[in-house]
Design a protein around this ligand. Structure first.
Ligand SMILES: [Zn+2]
Length: 395
């Protein structure tokens, strides 16, 4: 296969995306969808076969008359995804249909800086290589936990990523791997993952709210990520909830993130532990030396009223901001994801109740608010989707 192979026109691009999203199809089915004559379709498919992107795979069951040949994406196609979070790093390899063939994940502090973290990502990719899962990648999608200039392929003044400002992530990794690379905000990748194989598969307009260390929102309009003019669309963590609220890492007071998210939860749980208000959290603090959102989830599940209250209050603040977003955007679905979404149904119930109470009935009448079901894979599937959208477009 020619690794630089790209479709040469919109018909070929459409065929590739269709085979990616729907799996192998007969020539007859493909012809129906892309509305090409039999002979024109044959020309485009032959070209894709010659490029090594597509192959024929036997005959389909007859629809009456001659049996139609099955076409599928080349099984040799590989996409790579790096999902870099504030406290973790995930690397995965997918096939052309974005099925995850291998996925490794480990704790990693993004504050170590771009060089150290990206080197680690390349090491993890090396592990997947050693397992024979990837030779040459066809493209790589990378997510980072901060604002990204999508056009330049680099983070721009990311608040929780010291040492990453304007680091040329796209170009550095592109040179290393010898394939096309795109870099985006991690929340946008998760939204793309949900669009490809999660709960948003049949939804064109939706919001994905990620509650991790911080809080962000992926905005999908008509099946595509909406990034705004400079790439910061969906940065809802710094919407102000209350002028007199706690100080935020961004320097302002009362941001949503200052109230809730992994960092705020750890702060509030620590306070509750040290003040003696929650014996359960105090015990967890003694055992682990520090507290995280996960510990609050654990204590809440064990019935600690202080932890349950922290989760409820957090859900209320998220719901308050989300109600405004729903009124403004009128989404068809809201997905709650990220590590803190592990707080589960107490959190979800609170968010739902605030949004349904505060938004207009016309906006919420048919609005599911749900927890992600992709369990940590949304980001890497989204990374593969991002780069495949690029490589399956005319050069
Ligand atoms: Zn802020």
């Amino acid at each position: 296969m020619r690794m630089s192979a790209r479709p040469q026109n919109v018909h070929q691009a459409r065929l590739l995306r269709l085979l990616r999203d729907e799996g192998p199809r007969s020539r007859a089915e493909l012809g129906d969808v892309v509305r090409l004559s039999r002979s024109k379709l044959a020309v485009e498919l032959d070209r894709l076969v010659a490029l090594g992107l597509v192959e024929t795979a036997g005959l389909a069951a007859s629809r009456g008359g001659r049996r139609s040949g099955i076409v599928r994406l080349s099984p040799a196609l590989r996409f790579v995804a790096f999902d870099i979070g504030a406290t973790s790093i995930d690397v995965a390899v997918t096939d052309g249909e974005l099925e995850v063939l291998g996925h490794v994940s480990e704790p990693c502090d993004v504050r170590q800086g771009a060089m150290a973290v990206l080197d680690r990502a390349l090491d993890l990719l090396g592990k997947l290589r050693d397992q024979g899962l990837v030779g040459q990648a066809h493209g790589t999608g990378i997510g980072v936990p901060g604002p990204v200039s999508f056009r330049d392929g680099m983070p721009v003044v990311p608040p929780i990523m010291p040492g990453w400002d304007r680091f040329p992530v796209r170009d550095a990794i592109g040179q290393e791997l010898g394939c096309p690379v795109l870099v985006d905000n991690d929340v946008n990748l998760m939204a793309l993952g949900e669009l490809h194989s999660g709960l948003a598969r049949s939804v064109g307009d939706f919001l994905l709210v990620k509650i991790g260390t911080g809080i962000g929102c992926g905005v999908v309009v008509d099946g595509a990520i909406y990034r705004g003019v400079s790439g910061s669309a969906g940065d809802i963590g710094h919407i102000r909830v209350d002028d007199d609220g706690p100080m935020c890492a961004c320097g302002n007071a009362g941001c949503l993130e200052a109230y809730f998210g992994g960092a705020a939860l750890a702060r509030d749980a620590g306070e509750a532990a040290r003040s003696g208000r929650s014996p359960q959290l105090a015990q967890l603090l003694e055992r682990h030396g520090e507290l995280s959102g996960g510990h609050v989830a654990e204590a809440a599940a064990a019935g600690d009223p202080v932890s349950v209250q922290l989760v409820r209050e957090g859900g209320r603040h998220v719901g308050q901001v989300l109600a405004g977003l729903v009124s403004f955007f009128n989404p068809g679905l809201v997905i709650i994801a990220g590590g803190v979404a592990g707080l589960g149904h107490t959190l979800l119930a609170e968010i739902r109740s605030v949004v349904y109470r505060r938004s207009l009935p016309l906006a919420t009448g048919n609005l599911p608010i749900v927890l992600s079901e992709l369990a940590g894979q949304a980001g890497v599937i989204g990374g593969a989707r991002l780069i495949s959208d690029h490589t399956f477009a005319p050069a």
